[in-house]
Design a protein around this ligand. Structure first.
Ligand code: PEP
Length: 251
């Protein structure tokens, strides 16, 4: 059966020292706790190796927020999937809307990143989601469908089964404006249907689909209760250990 997962996305926040302290705080809060979901933190590249030293991997997973679309070589400033993996991280966020919007990520580059993540034993947390205009003009189903088809549907069923999806409506990210639980359920069920059409019911039932967009302790429970929502990708609220744990404990 699919897993429930709460994953933090720290984005470009915290110094190394602040990040290590935050990771320690989350790790401490998980000691002796029995959360009903897997818990992951995705942190800046500079923090990965140090954070890996202070967390218990049995309780807290570690991921990067991106990786390069090339294996190695003359790509100044890039960080490869193998470099990420060598820090001890086992997850990588791919296709976050901020990467698509500000750094021009396309389905073509994301395909390469997914392949490199797999080669390096990283589990992709693959983000999809529409902008406000697409929600309002009713084209959001097609947008999300194209994002999944173009970047992921070339994968074998075995490889697709290793992906965690995160549906993040761009209009809800960092805006304080959350999708309602019903809006989240409607699109998550649609996404699961697309997966079932392509790979069959079993793969669809086993795919974790996280919701992301202004998720907080106060709204997480209602959203996570929906049958096709398997957890959350958490931005702002992941930067405060009690808030993050409040969301973890919403399950
Ligand atoms: C995100 O960036 O993945 C996100 C969901 O951010 P926030 O929770 O701050 O809306």
């Amino acid at each position: 059966m699919r897993k429930n997962i709460v994953a933090g996305n720290w984005k470009m926040n915290t110094t190394l020292q602040e990040g290590v302290a935050l990771a320690k705080e989350v790790n401490e809060a998980l000691k002796g706790a029995e959360p009903k979901c897997d818990v992951v933190i995705c942190v800046p590249f500079t923090h990965l190796a140090s954070v890996n030293e202070v967390i218990d991997p049995a309780k807290l997973g570690l991921g990067a927020e991106n990786c390069a679309d090339h294996k190695s070589g003359a790509y100044t400033g890039e960080v490869s999937a193998s470099m990420v993996s060598s820090t001890g991280a086992t997850y990588v966020i791919l296709g976050h809307s901020e990467r698509r919007q500000y750094y021009g990520e396309t389905s073509a580059t994301l395909k390469e990143k997914v392949a490199l993540a797999f080669e390096n034993n990283l589990t992709p947390i693959f983000c999809i989601g529409e902008v406000l205009e697409e929600r309002e003009n009713g084209t959001y189903h097609e947008v999300v469908k194209a994002q999944i088809e173009d970047a992921l549907f070339h994968l074998s069923a075995d490889d697709f089964s290793k992906i965690i999806l995160a549906y993040e409506p761009v209009w809800a990210i960092g805006t304080g404006k959350t999708a309602t639980a019903d809006q989240a359920e409607e699109i998550h069920a649609y996404i699961r249907g697309l997966i079932a059409d392509k790979y069959g019911k079993e793969v669809a039932e086993n795919t974790s689909i996280l919701y992301g967009g202004s998720c907080k302790p106060s709204n997480a429970k209602e959203i996570f209760e929906k049958p096709d929502v398997d957890g959350g990708l958490i931005g702002g609220a992941a930067l405060d250990a009690p808030s993050f744990m409040g969301i973890v404990n919403a399950f």
